[in-house]
Design a protein around this ligand. Structure first.
Ligand SMILES: NC(=O)c1ccc[n+]([C@@H]2O[C@H](COP(=O)([O-])OP(=O)(O)OC[C@H]3O[C@@H](n4cnc5c(N)ncnc54)[C@H](OP(=O)(O)O)[C@@H]3O)[C@@H](O)[C@H]2O)c1
Length: 229
């Protein structure tokens, strides 16, 4: 395994991004982690201070920020919002425009492997806004011809979210006491499982092109990472 990767993470302040960053920090194969986002975070832990570099951007003017994307060979994109939070237009702006804009700059800046956090059900022809936008974003990135593009389609993310999302909290409680006990991979993805899978996937194969990882593949990869530790 090469141990001189520089990873860049967009969406690192979100729940998936935070879990992913925690994994990346632990792995010596990632010698540095560049964090690109709209706001600065004060990290108290030394390993975060030593290994990360934060760069602030305005996603509405992303083309002015090519330099922020330089220096990384691997990109992890965990950006996203919800229709409830941003409205339909705002959701499309973040989950399509911002992600596609970041990917375009990543490609220009020399990224070889782009990891896209998408969603179960992503389908550009879906009648539902969420899955439709996710599918359209996947299509747009596929057309960018990265050396390698890994698309993750997790199920419902199980996470103790800092932000208050009452419906999500309620759904998690119900799921934890029902489906998750019987068939954990069916409709849920613990956030740590997703983070382990994304972090480890960089090192699994030398394959090139586009790969789509469904929830089962995400669980399998996370399991492989655990047994290799
Ligand atoms: N929740 C689920 O069950 C689920 C399931 C499958 C897939 N997904 C997908 O997984 C991805 C990550 O989900 P998550 O729950 O980890 O998201 P999250 O906690 O809401 O974090 C989203 C990230 O995107 C950034 N962001 C949001 N709006 C922005 C804006 N207007 N400008 C700049 N940055 C913005 C946030 O930055 P700030 O911290 O500055 O707001 C944060 O870093 C999303 O694409 C989501 O659709 C979620």
């Amino acid at each position: 395994m090469s141990n001189d990767h520089v990873a860049l993470v967009t969406g690192y302040t979100g729940e998936s991004g935070k879990a992913l960053l925690k994994e990346l920090i632990k792995h010596p194969q990632y010698k540095k982690i560049i964090l690109v986002g709209r706001r600065h975070v004060d990290y108290s832990e030394n390993k975060y201070k030593e290994k990360t570099e934060q760069r602030q951007v305005d996603f509405d003017k992303i083309d002015d920020y090519l330099d922020a994307f330089r220096g990384a060979d691997i990109h992890f994109c965990c950006l996203g919002t919800t229709k409830g939070k941003a409205g339909a237009e705002g959701f499309r702006r973040v989950d399509f425009d911002y992600i596609v804009g970041a990917a375009r700059l990543a490609k220009q800046a020399g990224c070889r492997h782009f990891h896209l956090l998408s969603s179960q059900g992503a389908d550009a022809h879906s009648l539902f806004l969420y899955t439709q936008v996710k599918g359209q974003t996947e299509t747009a990135l596929t057309q960018m011809s990265f050396d390698r593009l890994s698309i993750y389609r997790p199920a419902f993310l199980m996470v103790d979210r800092e932000e208050n999302r009452p419906f999500e909290r309620f759904a998690q409680t119900v799921i934890r006491n029902t489906v998750q006990r019987v068939a954990p991979e069916l409709i849920t993805t613990p956030i740590e499982v997703l983070a382990r899978a994304m972090c480890y996937n960089t090192f699994t194969t030398n394959q090139s092109g586009v790969e789509v990882l469904n929830n089962h593949a995400i669980f399998r990869l996370a399991g492989q990472q655990q047994s290799s530790e």
